[in-house]
Design a binder for this molecule. Structure first.
Ligand code: ECB
Length: 137
């Protein structure tokens, strides 16, 4: 079993979000706002269902799914597109393929050195984000 992705995570690095957003067709105005955000991830598992919440001071985005079960995703508040998404485990990585108008689109999450890693990719652009586990208060 791969290390659990569950928990509350704070972003500590964000590389090439700009390139990823350009590939998604996000406007310059929204890109400038998004680039300044320190996002959080809250990942929960209930039975065989995963819920991933991305939160920020500007917008939040939530997706929920079962591994191995294709679902319809509308990327509301991101690029506002309908995609068919499928999440699988590939080794220690939770990998999501998002099939739609954009080619070669998806993301992968994994744990490395107690950090949560996220690779977001679209049409050859790759954004790498790293999150550290939020200290319990
Ligand atoms: C939700 C906070 C970001 C809001 C940014 C607003 C406008 C910019 C529009 C699009 C930018 C595209 C992506 C922003 C980066 C991350 C957001 C969630 C990416 C994602 O798909 O995460 C997956 C994997 O954790 C789960 O949805």
């Amino acid at each position: 079993m791969p290390a659990s992705l569950c928990g509350t995570w704070d972003m500590i690095s964000n590389v090439n979000l700009q390139g990823y957003m350009i590939a998604l067709g996000i406007s310059p105005h929204l890109r400038n706002i998004a680039l300044k955000l320190k996002m959080k991830k809250v990942i929960e598992q209930r039975g065989d269902q995963f819920i991933i919440k991305t939160t920020s001071t500007f917008r939040n985005y939530t997706v929920s799914f079962r591994v191995g079960q294709e679902f319809e995703e509308f990327t509301r508040g991101l690029d506002n597109k309908n995609v068919k998404s499928l999440v699988k485990w590939k080794g220690n990585k939770m990998v999501c393929e998002q099939t739609g108008e954009k080619k070669d689109r998806g993301w992968a999450h994994w744990i490395e050195d107690d950090k949560l890693h996220l690779e977001l990719y679209c049409e050859g652009e790759i954004c790498n984000q790293v999150f550290k586990k939020k200290v319990k208060q």
